[in-house]
Design a protein around this ligand. Structure first.
Ligand code: MN
Length: 737
């Protein structure tokens, strides 16, 4: 995750020394790794591009030609073949000069024409792009580059040089648009094909444009940290080197700071504070072979205390883009935490160059070696193929973007079908993700799963090596907590399709009920009221459409009543009786309403069957159900409350999660006793966390699956009876501001 391109670039915006790479220098760079490269071809392209761009200038005032030369230079850093270098030189000629593809083919051959054509098409896409079309553009990019990865590499080099010089662009709006596009499209694609340093530099340059303040704050923080712990860091690095020497493990040790964007991203995504980051500093230990990696890991863990939960073995389970390495975090001299990456030289090449690491001589010619790529544990091309499949699968662009981001950013977990087929999923994936990964039909009919032969809840997170069998039924319902358990874009978009269908039906039911109750409140029975006038006034063709709109709250109750009784006084009278006094309220779990589709239990109060509940409309996701005394309800106008009741058998059909804070003496055995009591009362503990701990007491938060309010009361009573329990409280989340 760290590092810069092998050629020094002194931080954001500066790039190379301000001198154009000369013709002979470019040729020398290529010949350094491809001695038999067609020198004359490169020379011709250099001269041709210079002639075609003529007197054109960049925003910086430099001759335009400096840009394609820099792009070619970046491509030599990646050690790409001469055709790719030539395409870098020519990449803007068709777009910006009188040059034609026919001429390029005549002068440089069909392969280079095809590359330049591909890059030009991407440039056209880019020019047409609007900020709202990112998702579609990413789809088109993937389709256009999946065929020949070199097209993408040239385009990435092009974007990198444009980002390095973006501060010359006069309009802030354009700078921001380009930077956003870099974060949304180019960064993820570069990561996907494993060209890590290029990806990091692109993202960091974009970050500087988009959030200069945030970036400055992180840089300041890093400066501060460096001043504080600079000596410890140096001691740490030499400590690692000495340790390797002493243990007789030949190793190259280097160290670096993470880039500000990488730190920012971790702070955001993992919701950590700066102090909790273990990997602001990273040391890299490059050793001879894989066994040496594990030996080095062993001696490092033996020497310094490691940070639990931070060890990752990407050697036995490579990342989707082929990345392999051991990662661990340890606490070194002066209490400094650092990440240590241990890998071989070959693994290091893949980490630095990704897909570009596999350009080499094979069958007497220099080019991409797919076999070598496959050997790294994951052909980076496969990653793009997966995305291309998603486009063919017909995902809508927004869903695709979500999918792409998930696929690109998350580490993988590898699991098996009962027949032993390997399925790779993003970390945190659940059986439902697995089901949809196997086939949409399997996902749509999934009602449960066995993991390694044992039936497990659908929310279970899959672990490497799990064998999963999906239990299916044609009557499968949409899992109510699907938003929490479905992680992959594929599962989420498929479930969303099902939800949209089911929603319409349920909103009609809710809307009809609301209409009926609103009229009752007004003193009328809906069966006696003609709605034709209201339909016309509100612009709906059928009662069903109107009910759906009411259910979705596209039409408010007030507007509905006004449309039914035009000219009448406002209906809400202070002495209005509660709806529940007049007619049974809406029943949950009945009338075809389902959790996760048209209603959701609010997390702030986790209602349990048996408790008095009220619904409020939540933007875009139906109705949130709260307990009557929940603070959130106070925020909503009482007239917007929807009276709800549990259906009679709700307790049997629901398993709800209750959160309790239990205070106990801070001594061994107390926690065990609490857990035992809960288990004996048939409560299923799904999470335990320490809220507060002093020398004498510990307050722990428990999430417990219970059947209903009665069940929870029973558990509470048993806990209170124990001498080990000091205090017990049902946790209701505090309202934030
Ligand atoms: Mn360009």
């Amino acid at each position: 995750m760290t590092g810069a391109l092998p050629v020094p670039s002194a931080g954001a915006g500066s790039g190379r020394p301000n001198r154009m790479l000369r013709q002979f220098e470019l040729v020398e760079r290529v010949k350094a790794y491809q001695p038999d490269a067609d020198e004359a071809l490169i020379n011709r392209a250099y001269v041709y591009a210079m002639k075609m761009h003529g007197a054109q200038k960049r925003h910086s005032g430099d001759p335009y030609f400096a840009h394609p030369v820099e792009v070619a230079g970046i491509l030599t850093d990646l050690k790409l073949d001469a055709h790719t270098i030539v395409s870098g030189l020519l990449h803007d000629t068709v777009e910006d000069t009188p040059a034609t593809l026919e001429e390029i083919e005549a002068l440089f051959g069909a392969d280079i024409r095809h590359l330049v054509d591909g890059v030009t098409k991407l440039t056209e896409l880019e020019l047409r792009s609007e900020s709202t079309k990112q998702a579609e553009n990413l789809q088109k990019f993937v389709m256009a580059t999946a065929k020949d990865i070199r097209v993408l590499l040239v385009k990435l080099a092009d974007r990198l040089h444009n980002m390095r010089t973006i501060h010359f662009m006069p309009k802030e709006e354009s700078r921001r648009r380009i930077a956003q596009e870099t974060l949304d499209i180019y960064g993820p694609l570069a990561r996907q094909i494993g060209v890590q340093p290029l990806c990091m530099e692109l993202e960091d340059l974009a970050f500087e444009v988009l959030q200069p303040e945030a970036r400055r704050a992180i840089v300041r923080r890093l400066d501060h940290l460096r001043a504080d712990s600079g000596e410890s860091i140096a001691a740490f690095q030499s400590g690692i080197r000495e340790l390797m020497d002493k243990e007789g493990i030949p190793a190259r040790v280097s160290g670096r700071e993470k880039r500000p964007y990488s730190i920012y991203w971790k702070l955001q995504r993992k919701e950590l504070t700066f102090e909790e980051l273990t990997d602001v500093y990273a040391f890299r230990v490059v050793v001879e072979d894989a066994p040496a990696c594990y030996r080095a890991l062993g001696v490092i863990h033996n020497r310094w205390r490691y940070v639990p939960g931070r060890f990752k073995d990407y050697i036995s389970m490579p990342k989707g883009n082929g990345y392999r390495s051991l990662h661990t975090s340890v606490i070194g001299p002066g209490g400094v935490r650092a990440e240590i990456q241990i890998r071989t030289e070959a693994m290091n090449q893949v980490a630095e160059f990704g897909v570009a690491a596999h350009w080499r001589y094979k069958n007497e010619s220099y080019g991409f070696d797919p076999d070598a790529a496959a050997q790294t544990g994951g052909d980076p091309m496969m990653a793009l193929e997966r995305l291309a499949d998603m486009v063919r699968f017909g995902a809508d662009p927004e869903e695709f973007l979500e999918y792409a981001k998930l696929e690109m950013y998350q580490d993988q977990v590898f699991v098996f079908t009962p027949k032993g087929e390997l399925v790779s999923l993003p970390r945190g994936a659940s059986p439902i993700d697995f089901a949809y990964a196997v086939h949409t039909d399997v996902g749509d009919t999934c009602v449960g799963a066995t993991i390694n032969g044992v039936e497990r809840p659908l929310r279970t997170q899959l672990r490497n090596g799990d064998v999963i069998k999906i239990l299916r039924s044609d009557a499968a319902e949409i899992p109510r907590n699907w938003r929490e358990i479905a992680r992959t874009g594929r599962a989420r978009s498929a479930i969303r399709r099902r939800v949209r269908k089911a929603e319409q039906k349920e909103y009609r039911l809710i809307g009809e009920r609301i209409a009926r109750l609103s009229l009752l409140e007004h003193g009328d029975d809906m069966d006696d009221v003609v709605l034709d006038g209201a339909l016309m006034r509100l612009g709906y063709d059928t009662e069903k459409d109107l009910f759906e709109a009411l259910g979705r709250k596209d039409v408010s109750r007030q507007d509905f009543l006004r449309a039914v009784f035009p000219g009448a006084a406002p209906s809400v009278s202070p002495e209005r009786r509660r709806l529940s006094d007049m007619e049974a309220p809406l029943f949950l779990e009945a009338d075809g309403l389902s959790q996760g589709v048209s209603f959701h239990f609010a997390e702030c109060c986790n209602p349990l069957p048996g408790e008095r509940i009220v619904g409020v409309h939540a933007e875009g996701r139906g109705i949130d159900v709260h307990v009557i005394d929940c603070a959130v309800l106070g925020e909503a106008e009482e007239k917007d409350w929807i009276d709800l009741a549990w259906s009679r058998d709700a307790g049997e059909r629901t398993v709800s999660n209750a959160r309790m804070t239990i205070t106990m003496p801070n001594r061994p055995g107390a926690l065990a006793e609490a857990c035992q009591i809960i288990a004996e009362a048939r409560g299923n503990i799904t999470r335990v966390a320490t809220v507060q701990r002093s020398e004498t007491f510990a307050a722990m938060e428990f999430d417990i699956d219970v059947a209903d309010a009665q069940h929870l009361a029973d558990i509470s009573a048993r806990l209170r009876a124990s001498p080990q329990i000091v205090a017990l409280e049902r946790a209701r989340q505090e309202q934030d501001a």
